[in-house]
Design a protein around this ligand. Sequence first.
Ligand code: GDP
Length: 139
Amino acid sequence: MTGNRTFTMIKPDAVENGHIGAILEKITAAGFKIVAMKYTQLSLRDAKGFYAVHSERPFFGELVEFMTRGPIVAAILEKDNAVEDFRALIGATNPAEAAEGTIRKLFATSIGENAVHGSDSDENAAIEGSFHFAGREVY
Ligand code: GDP
């Protein structure tokens, strides 16, 4: 059985480039309901904790620097088959390989600065959602 929630962030590059509205429009047009949302900036500690699974990767320093350089939009989204459907909506990690019409194809600039995050499993969706939101902030 698959869950009906996923977690996303509109990353600093997409915020800087003025794409918040267009990305939220794509998300809601695809049938996702926003059940929690905030505009915030990650601290160094937040970013290192959120991406701890990548701490041994060569790009970790770059990733943390990028994700802390400006505000983000964090949200929990609800839809049947949320994790898989949202990964399809955002497209491949590298925008050069992302399918036409996907959010990363439309709005990302590089493999690092790729506009949006989408959880890769139901388990991580729950962990990432609780990282950013208290229970009383989820509707
Ligand atoms: P995702 O699940 O599609 O977001 O991809 P991953 O879990 O593999 O990587 C997490 C994030 O790390 C990506 O979304 C990128 O922002 C960043 N990232 C992945 N690969 C690279 C890379 O080769 N270079 C840099 N600078 N960042 C990367």
